[in-house]
Design a binder for this molecule. Structure first.
Ligand SMILES: Nc1nc2c(c(=O)[nH]1)N[C@H]1C(S)=C(S)[C@@H](COP(=O)(O)OP(=O)(O)OC[C@H]3O[C@@H](n4cnc5c(=O)[nH]c(N)nc54)[C@H](O)[C@@H]3O)O[C@H]1N2
Ligand SMILES: Nc1nc2c(c(=O)[nH]1)N[C@H]1C(S)=C(S)[C@@H](COP(=O)(O)OP(=O)(O)OC[C@H]3O[C@@H](n4cnc5c(=O)[nH]c(N)nc54)[C@H](O)[C@@H]3O)O[C@H]1N2
Ligand code: SF4
Ligand SMILES: [Mo]
Length: 755
């Protein structure tokens, strides 16, 4: 047993009391009690990385995190993937940002919190006074805690009075949001992970689940191994690790799966696999933005999407489309579909989402075990903080809209601000926001928990915008330097996962509490505390009067009440006890909701409703099958730029790798972005593995080494997004979906030259 020396006891109690001032000491107290007793303690939390949201326990000894272990009582049944397992290493990384930095004479130099915060406040104040509230903006993240994102949203929309509140979910989930909203009237999936265990056919479209959601993939594999005759269909241009378990893999030219999805619907209708009764009761038909079509109109629309025609457009085999439709549509078989960025990061992303929902609505395969259209969320809190919490430029919390008079009036009342405080016009969406920075219209930008200097499309353009002499850029970051912090005027050191407490909401409407395990490193502060400080300095302290994140949560429970998200029964105490809770959960005694819209499960469906399902999100209580034509991506290869470029992830790294490059097992594994070429393309170009090539698009140029791999599709080059030194986003296109405003990271044209 270790005895605590007087010195370390003093340090420990000083740290604890400093934290008590900032709040969130529950876990710390627990850990310190254990430390004082010489033992180790295990603090309940959630993985920092993907939207799978695996539950885990953080092992603390001597005030340090020494390990994590999976939570057996959570949905992940105790399993974690490698990234999750290696989380402890990020906390003590040599490039942790430990104190504020302020740019002086072109260089970022160490400053006190007081100096940094008073500079930030004075710059924001000056800009607001001189140029108005819309001259400032907030750019947040699906990785921020719910309480943090809520505070930022409230400060900017109700305090500063600008709707310029955005976040990286615009790059990620915006098309899924708009897909759910246009089809069902409200955002967020209706199913849950458990549906995988009941599915007979699993359609993975535009999702490299094996690498991006490993623990969900493991569940898919388990279902395939243990269920009888379970079929997995993968639709991805590339032959990914996910496609290795596929019973059917449809590869096609990027951007053309709208034709395939419509052709699947064509086969379902033609072969009588639709559920006429379900359609009559629960489905409406629409085109454009109007819900004014009939089933017959839809059938006429589908007539031209024969499998042959779709296959010719997409470059796949017609018989594969027929097989996919038959497996999906077979009566009595449960169908779950899951999709991610292959559909969302497209200029036709919302339409692609609608087309997946169409398949479920036509067959009635929705809302029963194993039948669900399930968008996989990318980030650990894109659902909880940004989507549900309404921290995008057009949203207000919990399903409310900026442009809706009644919603604004309701939020003004709830927030106790005068009528007319909230502006009716949506703010700028991400790409437009950075263009406004470029144009000098936005003068001050607060960036929190995201690294846009690497992750934006056509990134050099927006890096220049951040570098403008008259732009004041604040970056709250846990590491330095990053490709964004290097451009900042002020860097604020942020406490990291395990160093603060708050709620994350993952893909299946599951909210869970991350407890604090250790004090923040160095002078780092939780984003929550930084935002409260900023609010006070800007004269909006009354709006963020919170002492602890738990205080924020208590307010949030009053804001969600009565909405379709209602989780007002999810008290902090319950979250502490539970291993994740699924909303709606409107009373303290409510068990939570497995399947939304379903009678007997979802508390918002009246118990005496005559049908098994009620799509209460839309005024007519129906879901919409949309007539969405095939359209090509914004930029397709031509003589000058003859290759498709597509970008995405690999299993070892997380986005811009600020965290994963700090794990020794991952640092030397696959961090370098390489141009992944099909062997035939390599031959044609006369290049070999390891040689350097220069890739050029209409926007930029970058040298990469070549990787020759059978995973590639001929004519399509894949580059992962993780490498800060070789950024694929120098090449990507910043064209956006007209509805969701999400950029088309997945498709553009490039040419290749030997370098
Ligand atoms: N290891 C790891 N896991 C992560 C992350 C990470 O950085 N690293 N990030 C998380 C986040 S935020 C997200 S959003 C998710 C993303 O998860 P995924 O979307 O699964 O990952 P991506 O690699 O971006 O893209 C998926 C696939 O889309 C395919 N694709 C390209 N063009 C098309 C097309 O036109 N149609 C179709 N159908 N597919 C196409 C690509 O070939 C690629 O294999 O991952 C999450 N999980
Ligand atoms: N080419 C290409 N580009 C893409 C994509 C793609 O598929 N292809 N995908 C897009 C998608 S889906 C996404 S989600 C984005 C992700 O892009 P980003 O959000 O820019 O990437 P991350 O590396 O996750 O950045 C999170 C940052 O927050 C910091 N951080 C960690 N914890 C904390 C904290 O508690 N507080 C604060 N203040 N900072 C913290 C990390 O160090 C890191 O620098 O990338 C987008 N960009
Ligand atoms: S699957 Fe995602 S949430 Fe689960 S351990 Fe891996 S990275 Fe973390
Ligand atoms: Mo994402």
């Amino acid at each position: 047993m270790t005895t605590l020396s007087r010195r370390s006891f003093l340090e420990a109690s000083a740290a604890a009391s400093a934290l008590a001032a900032l709040g969130g000491v529950h876990g710390v107290k627990q850990a310190m009690a254990a430390t004082a007793a010489g033992g180790e303690s295990w603090v309940k939390s959630v993985c920092r990385y993907c939207g799978t949201g695996c539950g885990l326990f953080i092992g603390v000894k001597d005030g340090k995190v020494f390990a994590v272990k999976g939570d057996k009582d959570n949905h992940n049944a105790g399993f974690l993937c490698l990234k999750g397992f290696l989380l402890p290493q990020i906390l003590t990384a040599p490039d942790r940002c430990l104190h504020p930095l302020v740019r002086k004479e072109g260089k970022l130099v160490r400053a006190s919190w007081e100096e940094a915060m008073s500079l930030v406040a004075s710059k924001f104040k000056e800009s607001i006074e001189k140029y108005g509230p819309d001259s400032v903006a907030f750019y947040g993240s699906g990785q921020g805690l719910t309480e943090e994102t809520y505070c930022a949203n409230k400060l900017f929309k109700a305090g500063i009075r600008t709707n310029n509140v955005e976040g990286n979910p615009r790059l990620c989930m915006a098309s899924a949001v708009a897909g759910y909203v246009t089809t069902y009237g409200k955002d967020e999936p209706m199913g849950l992970y458990e549906d995988i265990d009941h599915a007979d056919v699993i359609l993975l479209v535009g999702s490299n689940t094996a690498e991006a959601h490993p623990i969900i993939f493991q569940r898919v594999v388990r279902r395939k191994e243990t269920g009888r005759g379970v079929k997995v269909i993968v639709m991805d241009p590339r032959f990914t690790p996910t496609s290795r378990i596929a019973d059917l893999h449809i590869s096609f030219t990027p951007g053309n799966d709208l034709a395939i999805l419509n052709a699947m619907a064509h086969v379902l209708v033609k072969e009588g696999m639709v559920d006429e009764g379900f359609i009559a009761k629960h489905v409406a038909f629409g085109e454009g933005t109007e819900v004014n079509k009939s089933f017959d109109d839809y059938k006429a629309f589908l007539a031209e999407y024969t499998p042959e025609k779709a296959a010719a457009i997409a470059g796949c085999r017609p018989e594969d489309i027929v097989t996919a439709a038959r497996w999906f549509g077979e009566r009595g078989k449960a169908a779950t579909s899951m999709w991610t960025m292959g559909l969302n990061q497209r200029t036709k992303g919302v339409w692609a989402n609608n087309l997946v929902h169409n398949l479920h609505l036509l067959t009635g395969k929705i809302g029963t075990p194993g039948n669900t259209p399930f968008s996989l969320t990318g980030q650990p809190n894109a659902c909880g903080g940004v989507r549900d919490g309404g921290a995008l430029s057009h949203l207000l919390p919990y399903g409310r809209l900026v442009a809706n008079d009644a919603h604004r009036a309701e939020m003004e009342k709830l927030w106790g601000v005068p009528e007319g405080t909230l502006k009716p016009k949506p703010g700028l969406s991400t790409v437009d926001m950075f263009r406004a920075l470029e144009a000098g219209e936005i003068k001050c930008l607060y960036i929190m928990c995201t690294n846009p200097g690497q992750s934006l499309p056509n990134v050099n353009r927006y890096r220049k915008a951040m570098e403008r002499a008259d732009a004041f850029v604040v970056v709250a970051e846990a590491f330095h330097p990053t490709r964004t912090s290097e451009l900042a005027d002020v860097v604020l050191p942020a406490a990291l996962w395990a160093e603060k407490e708050g709620v994350y909401g993952c893909a299946e409407r599951r909210y869970q509490l991350l407890e604090q395990a250790i004090p923040p490193a160095g002078e780092a502060r939780p984003d929550f505390a930084i935002l409260c400080d900023l609010a006070a300095r800007l004269g909006h302290g009354k709006l963020l009067p919170f002492k602890t994140p738990a205080d924020v949560w208590a307010e949030i429970l009053t804001i969600c009440k009565g909405t379709v998200y209602d989780f007002s029964g999810m008290t902090r105490e319950r979250l502490k006890q539970a291993h994740g809770l699924l909303w709606p959960l409107p009373t303290p005694g409510h068990p939570g909701t497995k399947r939304r819209y379903v009678k007997g499960d979802d508390p918002l469906v009246p118990a005496d409703h005559p049908e098994r399902i009620l799509f209460y999100g839309r005024p007519d209580k129906k879901a919409v099958v949309w007539l969405r034509p095939q359209r090509p991506p914004e930029e397709v290869p031509d003589a000058e730029f003859p290759f498709f470029l597509t970008t995405g992830r690999e299993i070892e790294h997380w986005h811009t790798a600020t965290m994963t490059r700090n794990c020794k097992e991952l640092a030397n594994t696959n961090l370098e972005s390489m141009a992944q070429l099909h062997p035939n393309d390599a031959r044609k170009l006369g290049v070999r593995a390891g040689q350097s090539v220069r890739l050029t698009s209409r926007r930029g140029s970058q040298v990469f080494r070549v990787k020759v791999t059978d995973n590639a599709k001929e004519g399509v080059i894949f580059i992962h997004m993780h490498d800060p030194d070789r950024m694929c986003n120098v090449l990507t296109i910043d064209a956006v979906d007209p509805v969701s405003r999400q950029p088309e990271f997945k498709v553009c044209g490039v040419r290749v030259e030997k370098a």
